[in-house]
Design a protein. Structure first.
Length: 103
């Protein structure tokens, strides 16, 4: 885009949040806006525990997909605990919950 003379903001996926993107893009990363549902720099005890367990198992930092999968599985487990093994009720728990789960 930049080589073609485009100067408008570029909205990228959560993959543009990675430091590797900024390193590869260099000055061309200027003006890139990243949209992401998570903050990899957030300080949170549950996130820290997840990071540590992930690093122990895979010898690398978790990426956005690992974090999404972890959160999704926790939401599913939590909804099953509330609704039982009934797909319609599990869906309702997930669809109509107004506060984050505290599993």
């Amino acid at each position: 885009m930049r080589a073609a003379g485009m100067t408008q903001p570029f909205f990228g996926s959560d993959r543009t949040l990675l430091r590797e993107f900024a390193e590869l893009a260099g000055d061309n990363a200027e003006g890139v806006v990243c949209v992401s549902p998570w903050n990899p720099d957030r300080q949170d005890s549950k996130l820290d525990a997840f990071r540590e367990a992930y690093r122990d198992k895979y010898q690398e930092e978790p990426d956005t997909y690992a974090c999404h999968a972890y959160d999704g599985m926790n939401m599913l487990i939590w909804s099953i605990q509330l609704a039982g093994l009934n797909r319609a009720k599990i869906r309702d728990v997930l669809a109509y919950r107004t506060e984050p789960c505290r599993a």
